[in-house]
Design a protein around this ligand. Structure first.
Ligand code: BG6
Ligand code: MG
Length: 217
């Protein structure tokens, strides 16, 4: 890869820069309990990275619910989730995450957020890291959620960097699928059974080695 080539690293937010999986889980569990829907931690694992709507549809399984009820339930879960972020602070950035973003910038890469969450701006603000990024694409930016490539393509468009020159850091299987579908280099953070289909895999954000990734990309 030539040094003159403009490259970018696009970061997923939930599960890569901070761990909100527990708050999302507790929000869905409360809704499920109130509506007598079967749900537990194991079922929640399948929701990682899915949009709010896709998460609720997965939770519902075969149970049919009309659109107004879906909207009400999504709003209720979101109220629970947002309330649970009240105490979120810069201390909730995952170890090594800010260092990884700064490392990418020090290497001359542009950096963006590519998050399915409509709450991404709020979470970034609470973590105190909004200003680190050159562009932010979130759940409000595109129609089709991950595993569609749209969100990452939109982040690349906002950075004005071609997709093939973008690297994505993701913790969810659907996010790795989206990065691959976008024609980008995929870094998976997490266990092989979740993100083993990425081009590169590391156990945690602190383990991500951009030397290895960018040398090969
Ligand atoms: C993803 C999370 O980042 O955002 C999912 O991994 C979540 O768990 C999705 O469902 C949508 O988030 P929100 O904040 O728009 O409901
Ligand atoms: Mg994630």
């Amino acid at each position: 890869m030539s040094d003159a080539r403009r490259r970018a690293v696009i970061f997923d937010l939930d599960g890569v820069l901070t761990d909100t999986a527990e708050q999302h889980y507790l929000g869905w569990q409360r809704l499920a309990d109130e509506e007598h829907l079967p749900f537990d931690r194991a079922a929640n694992e399948a929701l990682r990275g899915l949009s709010r709507r896709e998460s609720l549809l997965a939770l519902l399984g075969d149970r049919e619910v009309d659109e107004p009820t879906l909207e009400t339930w999504m709003a209720r879960k979101n109220d629970y989730y947002v309330a649970s972020l009240a105490d979120m602070s810069p201390a909730d950035v995952l170890p090594g995450a800010v260092e990884l973003v700064r490392d990418a910038k020090d290497r001359g890469c542009l950096v963006a957020i590519g998050s399915s969450s409509r709450n991404a701006p709020l979470v970034l603000d609470k973590l105190g890291i909004t200003q680190l990024f050159d562009a932010i694409a979130d759940g409000n930016s595109v129609e089709r959620a991950k595993p569609a490539p749209d969100l990452f393509l939109e982040a690349a468009r906002r950075l004005d960097v071609p997709p093939q020159d973008c690297v994505v850091v993701e913790d969810a299987a659907s996010g790795v699928d989206a990065a691959l579908a976008a024609g980008m280099v995929a870094i998976g953070v997490g266990p092989p059974d979740r993100v083993g289909h990425a081009h590169f895999r590391f156990d945690t954000p602190a383990d991500v080695d951009l030397d290895v990734v960018l040398a090969d990309a």
